[in-house]
Design a protein around this ligand. Structure first.
Ligand SMILES: *[C@@H]1O[C@H](CO)[C@@H](O)[C@H](O)[C@H]1NC(C)=O
Ligand SMILES: *[C@@H]1O[C@H](CO)[C@@H](O)[C@H](O)[C@H]1NC(C)=O
Ligand SMILES: *[C@@H]1O[C@H](CO)[C@@H](O)[C@H](O)[C@H]1NC(C)=O
Ligand SMILES: *[C@@H]1O[C@H](CO)[C@@H](O)[C@H](O)[C@H]1NC(C)=O
Length: 363
């Protein structure tokens, strides 16, 4: 299911432009050097491909990365380092895993089904470190890049690009080149920081379409830094749409989030509270998620939204007091007030009777 938009976008991009990478659901796979990388690929039709040939190729490399043909597999370009997921073939899943990824493994990979004439492109980005920056829409983002504080880069060129093609910012001594339209007038650097090796830039008024992978390149030394910008960090909002003395319905809403978050209700013992099936909708590449849970115990409940891919987590707490809140009164309960009023009336009445009786005797 998740791959459908990606497949759709990939095929769009393939027909429209040979250069663009899709920006959904993993067309760019980013891993750190030494980690394993899963490159996703699927026909998207859920059909069994156990007996269909598919090939993985890396652009600029002659030997195939992976060939799978009716059960026979081979990985001439990266012997012993590539595996597939045999159990997933029957669901049309032609993804591969590359073990112990090296910097030189980075590049564009294609997954090809020759009998169908279908090809998908996936970019593998391998960074010594990929820095993740997460911001909310409309905020400013600082994309960090530094050669180290003891290197003066005032006279060095550095070039910021998005997804390897969109010009974001080019620093040349005594001049800066204008950005592409998307970033026009929104990008600045920190001139005072250059002598401390700091090539960071600031992008103001971040838009959702700014999300993606940025590279900061020093062409002289061929040094590259990767920054992934995620826009649309998930923020849970909590309400109680319905309650009685015995139960409370808690509702958690996460809006405008990307990448897709997981949303869960937790109690104060860090146990997942039994929830209704999340309602998920996607509008313009942003996710809207609602999760409800019906609780019957007093506790502090927490709605937790996680975007594991960007290492972001946020939560909102709500305190539930059921019968207690209804029977622990601000003032006195009605029966107590009635009793007290009754007593006062009785005392006054008795007083009057006694006084009358006394005066009566006197008079
Ligand atoms: C294909 O299989 C891999 C490994 O199990 C998994 O990570 C990926 O999500 C699967 N893709 C689809 C579309 O099922
Ligand atoms: C940049 O400007 C400074 C002073 O404004 C000058 O000394 C330097 O030579 C210039 N550098 C280049 C590469 O033009
Ligand atoms: C670079 O400068 C920016 C802006 O002043 C700052 O936020 C960032 O921490 C600096 N980075 C380093 C590595 O000094
Ligand atoms: C919540 O649960 C109680 C009993 O466990 C049930 O009576 C009540 O109808 C539920 N409320 C909602 C809104 O589902």
């Amino acid at each position: 299911m998740e791959l459908l938009p990606f497949l759709f976008m990939s095929s769009c991009f393939l027909t429209l432009s040979g250069l663009t990478f899709g920006d959904e659901s993993g067309t760019s796979v980013i891993v750190k050097e030494g980690d394993d990388a899963i490159l996703p690929c699927s026909l998207g039709t859920n059909e069994n491909i156990e007996f269909m040939r598919f090939e993985w190729t890396k652009e600029g490399t002659e030997k195939k990365v992976f060939i799978c043909d009716t059960g026979m597999v081979d990985s001439p370009a990266l012997p012993g380092r590539v595996s597939h997921f045999p159990d997933d073939l029957q669901h049309g899943n032609a993804s591969i895993k590359i073990n112990n990824v090296q910097l030189k493994d980075g590049g564009i990979y294609t997954c090809n089904f020759p009998t169908r004439g279908k090809t998908f492109r996936i970019e593998l980005v391998v960074g010594k470190s990929v820095i993740k920056v997460t911001v909310k829409e409309d905020d400013d983002a600082i994309l960090p890049c530094s050669l180290g504080t003891n290197v003066n880069i005032k006279s060095k060129v550095f070039d910021w690009k998005k997804e390897g093609i969109v010009k974001v910012f080019l620093y040349k001594p005594n001049s800066t080149a204008p950005s592409d339209n998307q970033f026009k007038d929104r990008v600045s650097h920190f001139p005072g920081e250059l002598e401390h090796g700091n090539a960071s830039i600031k992008i103001s008024k971040i838009r959702v379409e700014d999300r993606g992978i940025y590279t900061c390149i020093f062409p002289d030394s061929e040094t590259k830094f990767y920054v992934e910008l995620a826009v649309g960090v998930a923020q849970p909002f909590v309400i109680i749409p319905d309650r009685t003395n015995d139960w409370a319905l808690l509702q958690c809403d996460v809006k405008n989030a990307y990448p897709k978050p997981t949303v869960e209700w937790w109690d104060s013992n860090n146990k997942i509270s039994h929830s209704e099936e999340p309602q998920v909708s996607e509008v313009g590449g942003r996710f809207y998620i609602t999760v409800k849970t019906n609780v019957t115990k007093d506790d502090r409940y927490r709605c937790v939204a996680k975007q594991e891919y960007i290492g972001h987590q946020a939560h909102t707490e709500i305190s539930v007091e059921l019968k207690k809140s209804d029977s622990a009164p601000q003032g006195l309960p009605v029966w107590a007030i009635a009793l007290i009023v009754g007593l006062i009336v009785a005392v006054i009445a008795c007083g009057i009777i006694i006084v009358k009786a006394c005066f009566g005797k006197k008079g």
